[in-house]
Ligand binder design. Structure first.
Ligand SMILES: Nc1ncnc2c1ncn2[C@@H]1O[C@H](COP(=O)(O)OP(=O)(O)OP(=O)(O)O)[C@@H](O)[C@H]1O
Length: 609
């Protein structure tokens, strides 16, 4: 058995990503260009300041020459020197306006993401309305409000860019919040603000940087436009836009007076865009952001969490009449899980099989209280080791849940946060809930990786998820579950995305983890053969109901036609390979059960606070 090679060699992973990018033509142009802009902006006024301000009647309106590459203006001042001096004001205004757009947009977008549904809709609608106005029109509108000045133009251009970044932030954050690694962090008891800062924001950074850089180029042009219209920088100050406006007035006499500032604008715009690309490529590998100040679990909280622990032979999971509904497009609740009941005892390995859409994942997510705020979860009982999962969780309960419940999701690439090293992700739970030091948690993480058969654990802990093969990532997820005191491991199609050899490794590791810790397992799969070989008990789901529950070794006694159909589809050594696979009782479209509509408002009961 062999694992697939990792996606990058150790040598490659040791090289600095920034240096890697700087070796490319784009990286080199971006870096040299940025350096040039900074140098000119800093020393420009000192070097060219006097030439830019010295008037000379004899040299009035001179054309381009060696002494005056861009000619002179109506007071005989050197236009080239003025372009160089204007670099500082132009770049500072551009950076200021871009910063206002980015900071304002990110704040508005982040707030919209965490607002309750009706308010969220209101804010996003407002953002969309603002976006429907052309950006330059908004900038003009604001500049009339704040008046014609450099500061007024900066505020106007900056605020006009806020809706674009708010929309981008909202879209990115909404999609990232649904990722498996964010769900895993929530299971680990990481608070909403920390999830946003640690797991969502870093992954938004690459597209944000690119957009900020592209927007900086646009902003530069917007200033040129405003100054050209007399709404931007006012005399005696000048920026490239104003110089362009003055140059255009006499373009037929001395074209270089207009072309000169134009060249500065284009070159600076191109450099901003190149920088954006450079950041984008580098940040994909650079984002191992420092861990936030460690929130050590207070001894009192840990003791409280331990005090409420139920006896070891009590059920791990108790579910009675669980119903889950989601709103349809018209906001009406449609029930997808219709009153299922199940009990999972300590150390029991329970498999859930059923066709796509039968409600397997939704039921598991409800058990872990991980369904989104739009869902409605109702049950006469829904508890995990004595914790009522239908009520908001206390701090102690969240701590216990973080240590005792672990999840392994289907897609190993989305189950781990791409911007954090494996080590940081493994250590998070125990550092937060058990107050372990970095050294202690690293030691435990190494042991966890060793127990899931990942070689060279110390090295792996320092790597990012993309540097591990798919099977290794999945085993690292299982290892993450072993960091606490796991009592239940929910594995939702953990092997579907893996090839057959790696599937066996992952299942073996899951089995060993169960033996080591005595944790119960809830294994979700489409594959009844896989589940029957791995589990003690099998629950068969169809159309949101458990239609049959039976011991894995008594599968042949299955009574429900759907279960029998599933079993008949599994080929064995005696199957005739020339015959087509049996079809599970063809269902007439008209016979499909109509989803039940639930009366009443959408509730968010059962969701974790
Ligand atoms: N957030 C949601 N909003 C609306 N409907 C949802 C949502 N999540 C799941 N559903 C619906 O609930 C039903 C059950 O989905 P679920 O993901 O549990 O199926 P499943 O049995 O796990 O299928 P699969 O094996 O394909 O993952 C499906 O009809 C699905 O469309």
């Amino acid at each position: 058995m062999s694992t697939r090679p990792t996606t990058s060699s150790p040598t490659a992973s040791r090289r600095s990503p920034v240096l890697d990018r700087l070796r490319t033509p784009r990286g080199l142009t971006g870096a040299i260009g940025a350096l040039l802009i900074i140098v000119v902006a800093v020393v420009g006024p000192t070097i060219w300041g006097s030439a830019a301000d010295t008037t000379s009647v004899a040299d009035r309106l001179a054309g381009a020459s060696l002494a005056h590459p861009f000619g002179t203006d109506e007071l005989g001042r050197d236009v080239f020197a003025r372009v160089m001096v204007a670099t500082r004001v132009s770049v500072l205004l551009t950076l200021g306006a871009t910063a206002i757009s980015v900071v304002g947009g990110v704040l508005l977008g982040a707030v919209a993401t965490v607002l309750p549904r009706p308010l969220r809709r209101l804010v996003t609608a407002l953002i969309d309305i603002l976006l429907s106005f052309p950006w330059l029109l908004m900038a003009l509108f604001f500049s009339v409000i704040w008046g014609a000045s450099a500061t007024g133009a900066m505020l106007a251009v900056g605020f006009a860019g806020v809706p674009t970044f708010a929309r981008l932030t909202y879209t990115l954050a909404s999609s990232l919040i649904g990722r498996d690694y964010v769900k895993a962090a929530r299971i680990a008891g990481v608070g909403q603000a920390e999830v946003l800062v640690r797991h969502v924001m870093p992954n938004m950074l690459p597209p944000m940087l690119v957009n900020a850089a592209v927007s900086a180029s646009g902003t530069l042009l917007a200033f040129a436009g405003l100054s050209f219209l007399g709404l931007g920088v006012q005399a005696p100050e000048y920026d490239w836009g104003r110089l362009l406006g003055l140059g255009i007035a006499r373009i037929y006499g001395n074209p270089m007076a207009a072309i000169g500032p134009g060249i500065a604008l284009v070159v600076c715009g191109v450099i901003f865009t190149q920088l954006g690309e450079l950041w984008n490529e580098s940040s994909k590998r650079l984002l191992g952001l420092p861990a936030p100040a460690r929130r050590r679990g207070s001894r009192a909280a840990i003791e409280a969490a331990t005090a409420a622990v139920p006896t070891e032979d009590a059920p791990v999971v108790e579910v009675r009449d669980l119903r889950v509904a989601f709103p349809d497009r018209d906001g009406r609740l449609v029930e997808r899980v219709h009153g299922i009941s199940l009990t999972i005892m300590p150390g029991e390995v329970v498999g859930v099989v059923g066709e796509s859409g039968s409600g397997k994942s939704v039921s598991a997510m409800a058990i872990a209280a991980l369904l989104g705020p739009d869902s409605s979860v109702q049950a006469s009982e829904l508890s995990f080791r004595g914790i009522d999962m239908t009520a908001p969780l206390t701090k102690a309960e969240r701590s216990r849940l973080g240590l005792e419940l672990a999840m392994v999701f289907q897609d190993p690439l989305t189950s781990l946060n791409p911007s954090l090293t494996i080590g940081k992700q493994l250590r998070e739970t125990v550092e937060v809930h058990e107050g372990l030091s970095a050294a202690e948690s690293t030691k435990r993480a190494e042991a966890a990786l060793e127990s899931v058969r990942i070689p060279l654990p110390a090295k792996r802990l320092k790597q990012f998820p993309h540097e591990l093969s798919g099977g290794m990532r999945q085993r690292a997820m299982i290892g993450m579950g072993l960091m606490g005191r796991p009592k239940l491991l929910i594995a939702d199609e953990p092997t579907t995305a893996l090839d057959v050899t790696v599937q066996r490794q992952v299942l073996r590791v899951l089995h060993e983890a169960q033996e080591q810790t005595g944790a119960a397992i809830l294994l979700i799969s489409h594959d009844i053969a896989l589940v029957s070989g791995f589990c003690d008990r099998i629950l068969v789901m169809k159309d949101g109901r458990i239609v049959e529950s039976l011991d894995a070794d008594r599968l042949h006694e299955a009574r429900h036609p759907y279960t029998r159909g599933l079993i008949a589809c599994v080929p064995d050594m005696t199957s005739d390979r020339t015959m087509p696979l049996p079809v599970i009782g063809a269902i007439d479209e008209e016979d499909l059960p109509v989803p039940e509509l639930v009366e009443g408002p959408i509730t968010t009961e059962g969701q974790r606070a």
